[in-house]
Design a protein around this ligand. Structure first.
Ligand code: ZN
Length: 215
């Protein structure tokens, strides 16, 4: 099973992607997390993309696709869930081709539909776990105060691209470049949609219902 989660920044893609990964034994390819790790480790790639990412922009399609292909090759037999790729029509077409080349295909694209005002509210008070990247907000705090649900870490940071100016840029970029993917996948009959305004558990339930036939 190969899945894509599609939705604007703050729609809960990262959180749901981790849950689905654990529930279905898929490999999570989260290009944003991979890139942020490169930045943190100050690798050549990390140094190249740091400024772009801190401003709320995204590296070129070529960089994203190269990272994606490398991870997909390693994970193709297990099935993957994608968070943060594809983000442009060009990327979507190339991702389809890469699946085909590896003798597999995309099973489903799940869109998380969320209201824009709610997104800004979520992103402006979001904190992420420094060790595993799980994210929390005032409305969705960890179960134990100060301790990450996923890895028990206790170090939380604000992502540079969650600063107000960067959030606005990311939403503009999403509306202009990523929203057209919704039509693209609808035309290819791959698109399903869930209400991303609900709680994490309720959104996850809706997704599980969609995936029931693909166990
Ligand atoms: Zn954690």
């Amino acid at each position: 099973m190969n899945l894509i989660l599609l939705g604007p920044p703050g729609s809960g893609k990262g959180t749901q992607a981790r849950l689905i990964r654990d529930q279905h034994g898929l490999v999570l390819i989260a290009t944003g997390d991979i890139l942020r790790e490169e930045v943190q480790k100050e690798t050549p790639l990390g140094l190249e993309v740091k400024g772009i990412m801190d401003a709320g922009l995204y590296p070129s399609d070529d960089i994203i696709l190269e990272i994606f292909e490398k991870h997909l090759r390693q994970a193709k037999n297990q099935g993957v869930i994608l968070d943060g790729v594809p983000r442009t029509l060009n990327q979507a077409e190339k991702v389809d081709k890469m699946f085909e080349k590896l003798g597999t295909e995309l099973t489903m694209v799940i869109q998380l539909a969320v209201d824009e005002k709610e997104l800004i509210n979520r992103l402006s008070n979001r904190q992420v776990c420094k060790s595993c990247g799980a994210s929390y907000t005032i409305d969705l705090p960890p179960r134990v105060v100060g301790m990450c649900d996923a890895c028990s870490g206790s170090d939380f940071v604000r992502r540079a691209d969650d600063a107000p100016e960067a959030v606005k840029t990311r939403l503009d970029v999403y509306n202009e470049r990523t929203k057209p993917l919704i039509d693209y996948y609808a035309r290819h009959n791959r698109l399903r949609s869930v209400d991303g305004m609900k709680s994490v558990d309720q959104v996850n339930e809706q997704i599980e219902i969609l995936l029931r036939d693909f166990q």
